[in-house]
Write a protein that binds this ligand. Structure first.
Ligand code: DNO
Length: 356
């Protein structure tokens, strides 16, 4: 298991030099942020980013994300040019040594929360999702959603939602298939593993189709192009927000077949109606048992990348919700500690690894 940390580049309030001080840190997960979605990332920007990261003694082997343009998801005629650009981005990432690209196929909104700073009893704040509050939002009047308010004008958003209503789930799958058939051969050719991030939360929102929510969706996804390059980012917190998803068994199934290329490790405290808040990584604070999840990774002989996913805001830190330094650093150290104990005392199932 290679521990990594997400860093948003020079504008990130978290200093790269501080990330390096977290014990057991292997690499940085980042992206090029100043190029519009759908365009090609200049090779020199990637070289610069790599040199900056390597300059502090960390590796740059995982990109999160190369975003997929809405026209590709909607299957519009403009998609071929955008897919060609995406192919070039895969090539450019490979040229600087990137091994894994995390991406998602969520229409319009990536992760969705109803509150960015829910206060917990210990005074820390965290991201949360209230299922009833989402149902009550009247999006015909425009939308006010923490984290996304300024991304779209109300009329722009309405137009997009209408377009997706016409697309629906099966057509979204077909559009994904078209995309994967075009990009996976390129990823294979240049030695990059594509790692699809599941929908977060794993349910349709605002009538938008969402297609990567559970075991069956993941099984369908990896079969569309049956190649190791067509893999997943197993996000424990996203999938774990549906209590029907058993993260341990997803690790065994998809990791066992060599399709988990990136693990996002995060805990969530989930209620019966699907509401949740993001808990500290420690098992006893949320609905997920991190020790069992990591044991499953160990059993399948996992040697890929993981990162502590979102953290709370603690110790007075301010900044990008979910992406402060302190709580994610605590998460990384906790996960590394669990991993040390598991790898020392639990035998790995090497048979399964050899079969993968
Ligand atoms: C949330 C992240 C996601 C993830 C994308 C991958 O903080 O896990 O935004 O980066 O879905 O494309």
């Amino acid at each position: 298991m290679k521990m990594t940390f997400r860093w948003y580049g020079e504008t990130d309030p978290v200093k790269l030099e501080y990330i390096r001080q977290i014990p057991g840190m292997y690499g940085i997960v980042s992206a090029i942020y100043d190029v519009p979605v759908g365009e090609v990332w200049p090779l020199e920007s990637l070289h610069k980013l790599k040199a900056r990261i390597e300059g502090v003694g960390l590796k740059f082997e995982v990109v999160e994300s190369v975003p997929v343009h809405e026209d590709i998801k909607l299957g519009k005629p403009t998609r071929d040019r955008l897919i060609a650009n995406y192919q070039q981005n895969i090539r450019n990432c490979a040229a600087v040594g990137v091994k894994v690209i995390c991406y998602n196929f969520m229409p319009v909104f990536d992760w969705t929360r109803t509150e960015l700073a829910k206060e917990l009893p210990d005074g820390s704040t965290t991201l949360s999702f209230d299922a009833a509050a989402i149902e009550k939002l009247d999006i015909s009047k425009g939308i006010s959603l923490p984290g996304w308010d300024s991304s779209y004008q109300a009329d722009q958003l309405r137009a997009l939602l209408d377009e997706y209503a016409a697309v629906g789930e099966e057509q979204l799958w077909a559009n994904l298939e078209y995309f994967l058939k075009a990009i996976i051969p390129i990823a294979e050719e240049v030695g990059v593993k594509m790692a699809m991030h599941p929908d977060d939360p794993p349910r349709p929102i605002f009538g938008l189709p969402r297609i990567v929510k559970n075991r069956d969706d993941l099984a369908r996804l990896v079969k569309i192009v049956d190649s190791p390059a067509n893999g997943i980012t197993l996000c424990s917190g996203s999938l774990g927000a549906d209590l029907c998803n058993n993260i341990e068994s997803l690790v065994r199934e998809f990791g066992g077949m060599g399709r988990i290329h990136f693990g996002h490790l995060r805990n969530v405290a989930v209620e019966a109606d699907g509401s949740f808040f993001e808990a500290p990584h420690l098992s006893c604070t949320g609905s997920l048992d991190m020790a069992r999840i990591l044991r499953a990774y160990h059993e399948i002989g996992f040697e890929g990348y993981v990162r502590p996913d979102h953290g709370r805001m603690i110790w007075g830190e301010t900044g990008k919700p979910g992406y402060g330094l302190y709580d994610r650093a605590l998460g990384a150290v906790y996960l590394n500690g669990l991993w040390e104990a598991i790898t020392k005392f639990v035998p790995a199932n090497t048979e399964q690894k050899d079969a993968a």
